[in-house]
Design a protein around this ligand. Structure first.
Ligand SMILES: Nc1nc2c(ncn2[C@@H]2O[C@H](COP(=O)(O)OP(=O)(O)OP(=O)(O)O)[C@@H](O)[C@H]2O)c(=O)[nH]1
Ligand SMILES: [Mg+2]
Length: 451
C-alpha cells in the first residue's frame, strides 16, 4: 500500500517500463554451421531462463534480481519450437531436437526487481532479448554477397578439382565443364542439372564437408519460387564471360543474382545486420573425427563467414561488428564428449583453427571470449572414462574418449578421432536445469553484462 500511494515512485516506475518497452531488444546472433548445436543451445538457454531460480545464474547480477521471464511459446508464425525440442529431449527414449528446416525466432522479456543505488527510485526493469534459429546451411551463403556469378563459377571449378570433392562429384564436373556458356537454355536440362548439383552437395555434407553452396539447394525454407533455384555453376565460364541474351549463362546469372540480392541479402539484412552480441558455435569434434580435409573445409567455411563481415568502411563488417557487436562468444560445442580436462584442448584447437579471422575481428574492436560448451550434457565422467547412452539403442556405453591435441598443427594433419554417437541423458524435465557445461556462464556474459 505504502508503495502504491507514493506518486513519485509510481511515476518513476511507469517511466522505466515505458522506456524498456520503447527500447529495441538486445539482438543475439546465434551463428553456427549445420549441426553445430544451435537449436540445442537455444533450447538449453531457454531452460536456464525458465528455471532461473534454480540456475547458477542466480548467483550473478542482475539475475539475482530476475523476477520472471516471458516469451510467446508456440502458435505464432516462425515461433521457435521450444515445446517440440523439450518433448524430444525429455522423451523416453530421449532424442535430440530435429534439424532445423526454416527460420524461427524467440523474443524474450525479462523482468527485474529494482536494484543498485537508484533502486529505491527506479521501478522494475524490463529487458527484451531476441534470438533466431535457422538451418546452418543458410549461413554458408553469406560469402556469396561479395561475389558475382562468374566469380562463383570460378570458385566452384577450383573446389571440384580438389579432393574429396573431385571424387564426390563424379562425372557431373565434366558435364558442367562441357556446357558452352553461350549456348541456348533448355529449362528441363537446367532443372535436372540443379537436381544433380543438389545430390552432390548432399554427398559432400555426408562426407563431413561444410562449404556446400548454394545452401538453399539443401534446405530452401518457405517463400522461394522453386524455379528461381534452377541454376548451376557453369564450370567453363569465368568472371569475364558475357551474358548473351537467351544463353544458359544469362539464365543462370539472372537466377544467381536474384538468389544473392533477394534471398541471401534479405536474410542478412533482416537478421545479421543489427546484432548486439554474437555466439559462434563450432562443432570441432565432428571434423576431428572426419579427418584433415573436413577440418580444412570447416576452417575455410568459418574464415569465409567471418570475412563476409570484414570489408573497409561502410562494409558488412562495419555494420555487423562496429559499433554494434561488442562481444563474440566463441564456443567449441558438445564438449561433454570429452573429459573435463580435455575440454580446454577442444576450445584451443578451435582458436588455433581460426587464429587469423579472430585477430581481424578483435581488431574491429570486438571482445571475444571462449566457452567450451555443452548445451545438454549427455555424459558423466568416472575417473578418466565417460558413461553415456548410445544413440542406436538404449545401452549404456562406458568409454575412454579419444586423444585431443593440445594445439592444432598448422597443416591440420591430425589423426582422425573416433566418436560414438550419443543420446541425450535420460530423465530430463523442463522444470529442472538440464545438465550442461558453462551454459550459465555464457548466458550471464551475453545477457547479463550488457550495460
Ligand atoms: N553430446 C552432445 N551432443 C550435442 C549437443 N548439442 C547438440 N548435439 C548433437 O549435435 C546434433 C545437432 O544439434 P542441433 O542443435 O540440432 O544443431 P543445429 O546447429 O541446430 O543444426 P541444424 O539445424 O541442422 O543447422 C544433435 O542432433 C546432437 O547429436 C550437446 O550439448 N552435447
Ligand atoms: Mg537447428
Amino acid at each position: 500500500m505504502a508503495r502504491l500511494s507514493n506518486p513519485t515512485r509510481l511515476l518513476a516506475s511507469a517511466r522505466q517500463q515505458a522506456g524498456a518497452w520503447l527500447q529495441r531488444p538486445l539482438r543475439i546472433g546465434v551463428t553456427g554451421l549445420s549441426q553445430a548445436g544451435k537449436t540445442t543451445f537455444i533450447t538449453s538457454l531457454l531452460n536456464q531462463l525458465e528455471n532461473h531460480p534454480k540456475s547458477l545464474l542466480r548467483q550473478r547480477s542482475p539475475f539475482d534480481r530476475l523476477l520472471s521471464v516471458h516469451w510467446q511459446r508456440e502458435g505464432t508464425e516462425h515461433a521457435f519450437p521450444y515445446l517440440n525440442a523439450l518433448q524430444a529431449l525429455s522423451g523416453d527414449p530421449a532424442r535430440w531436437p530435429e534439424s532445423t528446416t526454416d527460420l524461427t525466432r524467440v523474443e524474450l522479456e525479462l523482468r527485474y526487481a529494482p536494484g543498485g543505488l537508484l533502486g529505491s527510485v527506479q521501478g522494475e526493469r524490463l529487458q527484451r532479448v531476441e534470438l533466431i534459429d535457422y538451418p546452418g546451411e543458410w549461413l554458408l551463403d553469406l560469402p556469396l554477397l561479395q561475389m558475382d556469378y562468374g566469380q562463383w563459377c570460378e570458385q566452384m571449378a577450383s573446389w571440384v578439382k580438389t579432393e574429396p570433392r573431385a571424387s564426390l562429384i563424379g562425372d557431373l564436373a565434366a558435364r558442367l565443364q562441357a556446357i558452352d556458356p553461350q549456348a541456348g537454355t533448355d529449362s528441363v536440362d537446367l532443372h535436372a542439372l540443379r537436381g544433380e548439383w543438389t545430390a552432390f552437395l548432399q554427398r559432400c555434407r555426408e562426407a563431413g564437408l561444410a562449404r556446400n553452396q548454394p545452401g538453399r539447394f539443401l534446405l530452401p525454407g518457405r517463400g522461394i519460387a522453386d524455379v528461381m533455384l534452377d541454376f548451376v555453376p557453369l564450370l567453363a565460364g569465368n568472371q569475364h564471360s558475357h551474358a548473351e541474351p537467351g544463353s544458359v549463362w544469362a539464365e543462370c546469372q539472372a537466377r544467381f543474382n536474384y538468389y544473392r540480392d533477394f534471398i541471401v541479402k534479405g536474410f542478412y539484412d533482416q537478421h545479421f545486420s543489427r546484432l548486439d552480441q554474437q555466439v559462434l558455435l563450432v562443432d570441432m569434434l565432428g571434423p576431428l573425427a572426419a579427418g584433415p580435409q573436413a577440418l580444412a573445409d570447416v576452417q575455410g567455411a568459418l574464415d569465409d563467414l567471418l570475412a563476409s563481415f570484414r570489408y573497409g568502411r561502410g562494409s558488412l563488417f562495419e555494420r555487423l561488428f562496429k559499433p554494434r557487436i561488442r562481444r563474440l562468444a566463441l564456443c567449441a560445442t558438445k564438449v561433454d564428449q570429452l573429459t573435463a580436462e580435455q575440454q580446454r584442448d577442444a576450445q584451443q584447437c578451435l582458436e588455433d583453427l581460426l587464429t587469423d579471422s579472430l585477430t581481424a575481428v578483435r581488431h574491429g574492436g570486438v571482445t571475444i571470449k571462449g566457452f567450451p560448451l555443452a548445451a545438454v550434457r549427455a555424459t558423466r565422467q568416472e575417473g578418466d572414462t565417460l558413461i553415456a547412452g548410445r544413440q542406436q539403442d538404449q545401452r549404456l556405453l562406458r568409454y575412454r574418449p579419444a586423444e585431443i591435441p593440445a594445439h592444432l598443427p598448422l597443416d591440420l594433419q591430425v589423426e582422425p578421432i573416433s566418436l560414438p554417437p550419443l543420446r541425450p541423458p535420460p530423465g530430463l524435465h523442463r522444470n529442472e536445469i538440464f545438465p550442461n557445461y558453462r551454459m550459465d556462464q555464457l548466458v550471464a556474459w551475453l545477457i547479463g553484462e550488457t550495460r
